[in-house]
Design a protein around this ligand. Structure first.
Ligand SMILES: [Zn+2]
Length: 217
């Protein structure tokens, strides 16, 4: 059987299994969309958000890109973020990186990757911020430590958006978590968690004193 047909076949088995346990499973799922979590993860196929967290359809709102980046000019990511925060009212955002990340390896390799160079530049900037702690590490250690620093920086990149700051100001949510997944262990490592009491560098703080509600601009 051609490989893509396996996917369609597996889908039918998956549907049958759910309906056997709960005949209304899909009807109920179709009625509402109220995930509690926004997941921003790497596109790597070995880090499937729902599988590694034991979550079911309807629980995670998911955005994935190369090396789980939060880039402040990325309209795709910002649209996902704003919808999740302002309309779905998620209580948690999880930025999940992983050890052995190909995007991070590519960013420190000096190789040219065409268009991808522009995306990887954002990771090189994270390296530069933490260069003193990274430059004497072996390549393996460097890749993994940079994956951790990268998650921390992307967590703070979320906090620098007016979307997050407005929700923190008016609704004291969401909490933002930074995790790193071990491809060879299957385990998630909790690296950082920040919330509405977080003090950002003043230059990044927006003034909301002219707003009476947290409604979107
Ligand atoms: Zn990756």
């Amino acid at each position: 059987m051609e490989s893509y047909k396996n996917l369609l076949h597996a889908n039918k088995i998956w549907v049958d299994r759910h309906i056997k346990n709960d005949p209304s499973f899909f009807e109920n799922l179709a009625k509402d969309h109220k995930p509690e979590f926004l997941w921003i993860g790497c596109s790597d196929s070995r880090v499937p958000a729902e599988r590694i967290t034991g979550t079911q359809p309807g629980e995670l709102f998911v955005h994935r890109n190369i090396a789980n980046m939060v880039v402040n000019t990325d309209v795709n990511m910002l649209s996902v973020l704003q919808f999740a925060v302002d309309f779905l009212k998620v209580n948690h955002i999880i930025v999940c990186g992983h050890y052995g990340c190909g995007g991070i390896q590519a960013a420190i390799s000096h190789r040219r990757y065409g268009l991808l160079n522009k995306w990887l530049r954002n990771i090189k900037d994270v390296y530069r911020l933490h260069q003193a702690e990274l430059e004497n590490l072996s390549e393996h250690e460097l890749t993994n430590r940079l994956a951790e620093f990268n998650v921390v920086e992307q967590v703070y990149n979320l906090a620098k958006t007016s979307i997050i700051q407005r929700a923190w100001h008016f609704e004291k949510r969401p909490l933002i978590h930074g995790w790193v997944y071990g491809l060879d262990t299957g385990l998630l490592k909790d690296i950082i968690m920040i919330g509405h009491e977080t003090q950002l560098d003043p230059i990044y703080q927006f003034d909301f004193s002219d707003l009476k509600t947290g409604n979107p601009d």
